[in-house]
Design a protein around this ligand. Structure first.
Ligand code: GAP
Length: 531
């Protein structure tokens, strides 16, 4: 069952070290996040899966890693200086600043409708290059990785033997000064993009656009984001970006947010290569571009069969790593009842939940919105308590709830029941799981068990290149739960029989079934089961 809310995911990410707020020790920085030990593994695995499918599994792709800082002229001719704007409004009452198309004519902070007229706000971050910061020395942090690919089109063509159609793939940071970053990783100011610019003969672009749509949907499916959760939005003409001839937005059904863009697949025609070329009047461009007197290149392709130079058309599938990370976590997330808790335990929790709700109702230190939100959540949990009991931890983390004294009692009664009867599990595809294998010795103070378990850990990690952890800090049941919560597909236990015959038990995360296999066959076992 996918996650019910973004808060549920954010809470797991914080608790288990997937994501931290940036600069946490100084109160954070809005719209910027850090990936922790498990987050960086999951993120790298997502990127590797994307690269492997889009570069290695095809024979029409090259890779690239272009710089973040580029000559300012790139952003002049790409059209970003002029058009990469969001509509900004100010609230005259509380001085809040908002993106006009994200609020419905009312200030979300104070509720006033006394707003200024929307005006364009350019989202590119500026920085100074070199020791003197004057009007000539600035550069932009790139707002998309795409322009690094267009600027290198001629280089890649000259240094490889590629013929059309072919593509260039790139993964890298992009920066946007979003007016209101929000919704955890969904809208941030610093993020990573996985982008492809696929160059085709003019006239074949519509066919390739549809082929890429299918290919991208297959990849989403392969990482556990099913087609049934993605809607294809054919962006209407008046909603298209300045470079686009046609765009399919893939809209994923995010918890809390509903359908929002996870990837854009744009048909960019000859706009970008044409914009960055000199002598445009002789190129037969179909896109409307600004005259370019600065470029030293003609970004064309020599069509040998017809003895002519053409400016290729471009299909661009572009996905954000953070939005992908959220979708993958959301699909994998599950809270399961492992065995039915005794009725008296559930009733004890119900009593504590009711006292908590009464106390919230009487509390005058929180805002009305906070109180309504907490009461609604408490009511939702109480309606099917045996099933929703694990959500009590998120209830207690809601804004305003930390001031409720009886919350501590509720946690004290609920937590042992959650630990004993429930598990949170991430059913991540094994190739994405941050940790592939966890190894436990049955006893932590037995030299033989510890040494064999540590040997398995280092063998799998160093020789088989599988992220493997060793843990002996609790009872085996508790260690299983800990690994379930971070999506580790296999837990290996070394016991006394292991010392006698070289076998270990392997417990499967999803079925919770165990089997005994030879330790020396673990690598092959994990590889086969991970396919
Ligand atoms: N080169 C095309 C391009 O950048 P885009 O639709 O602006 O197109 C592509 O961005 C993808 O980048 C989006 O589908 C989304 O996944 C991600 N993205 C864009 N802005 C973002 C933001 N502020 N925070 C997180 N991800 C973002």
């Amino acid at each position: 069952m996918p996650a019910a809310s973004l808060e549920q995911l954010a809470s797991l990410c914080k608790r288990r070290g997937f994501i931290y707020p940036s600069s946490d020790i100084y109160g954070g920085l809005q719209g910027v996040f850090d990936y922790g030990p498990l987050g960086v593994e999951l993120k790298n695995n997502i990127i590797n899966s994307w690269w492997s499918t889009n570069v290695y599994a095809r024979d029409d792709m090259e890779g690239l890693d272009a710089s973040i800082l580029m000559n300012r002229l790139v952003w002049k001719y790409s059209g970003h200086e002029e058009t990469f704007n969001d509509p900004l409004v100010d609230c005259r009452q509380c001085k809040g600043r908002w993106r006009a198309d994200h609020i419905k004519g009312k200030c979300p902070s104070c509720g006033s409708s006394d707003l200024t007229e929307p005006r364009p706000f350019n989202m590119m971050f500026k920085t100074a290059i070199g020791p003197v910061a004057d009007s000539d020395s600035f550069a932009y942090l790139r707002p998309e990785t795409a322009q690094g690919i267009f600027a290198n089109f001629g280089n890649v063509l000259a240094t490889t033997s590629r013929k059309l159609p072919f593509g260039i793939a790139q993964v890298g940071k992009a920066f946007r000064n979003e007016i209101n970053p929000r919704n955890f990783l969904f809208r941030v100011r610093e993020f990573e993009q996985m982008e492809i610019e696929f160059f085709v003969m003019p006239g074949t672009d519509e066919e390739w656009h549809d082929r890429w749509l299918e290919d991208r949907l297959s990849w989403w499916e392969s990482i556990g984001v099913p087609r049934s959760k993605i809607q294809i939005y054919d962006v209407p003409k008046d909603g298209l970006a300045h470079y686009s001839k046609r765009t399919y937005d893939l809209m994923y059904d995010y918890p809390t947010l509903g359908y929002e863009e996870i990837e854009g697949i744009a048909s960019r025609s000859d706009y970008d290569l044409g914009s960055h070329s000199r002598d445009q009047e002789n190129l037969g461009l179909s896109a409307k571009v600004s005259p370019n007197r600065d470029s030293v290149a003609k970004l064309t392709y020599y069509d040998q069969a017809n003895n002519r130079h053409v400016v290729p058309f471009v299909i661009e599938p572009s996905a954000g790593v953070g939005r992908c990370f959220l979708a993958v976590l959301s699909e994998a997330y599950d809270e399961q009842l492992v065995k039915e808790p005794a009725a008296d335990k559930v009733e004890a929790v119900r009593g504590a939940l009711e006292s908590f709700a009464k106390s919230v109702g009487r509390n005058d230190k929180m805002s009305d919105e906070q109180r309504d939100a907490i009461m609604a959540q408490a009511e939702h949990i109480g309606a099917d308590l045996a099933h929703n009991l694990p959500q009590i931890e998120q209830l207690l983390a809601m804004p305003g709830a930390d001031g409720i004294e009886v919350g501590k009692k509720l946690r004290g009664v609920a937590q042992p029941v959650v630990d004993e009867f429930y598990r949170t599990v991430l059913h991540l595809k094994p190739h994405l799981a941050p940790t592939k294998v966890a190894v436990f010795p049955l006893k932590r103070n037995h030299d033989g068990l510890v040494s064999m378990a540590k040997g398995i850990r280092s063998d799998l990690q160093m020789n088989a290149n599988m992220r493997t952890v060793y843990d002996d800090t609790g009872a085996i049941g508790k260690l299983y739960r800990r690994q379930d919560e971070i999506g580790t597909p296999f837990c290996v236990t070394v016991d006394f029989e292991s010392l006698e015959n070289g076998t270990v038990t392997v417990r499967d995360r999803d079925s919770m079934q165990q089997e005994r296999i030879l330790a020396k066959e673990l690598e092959q076992y994990v590889r086969e089961k991970s396919r």
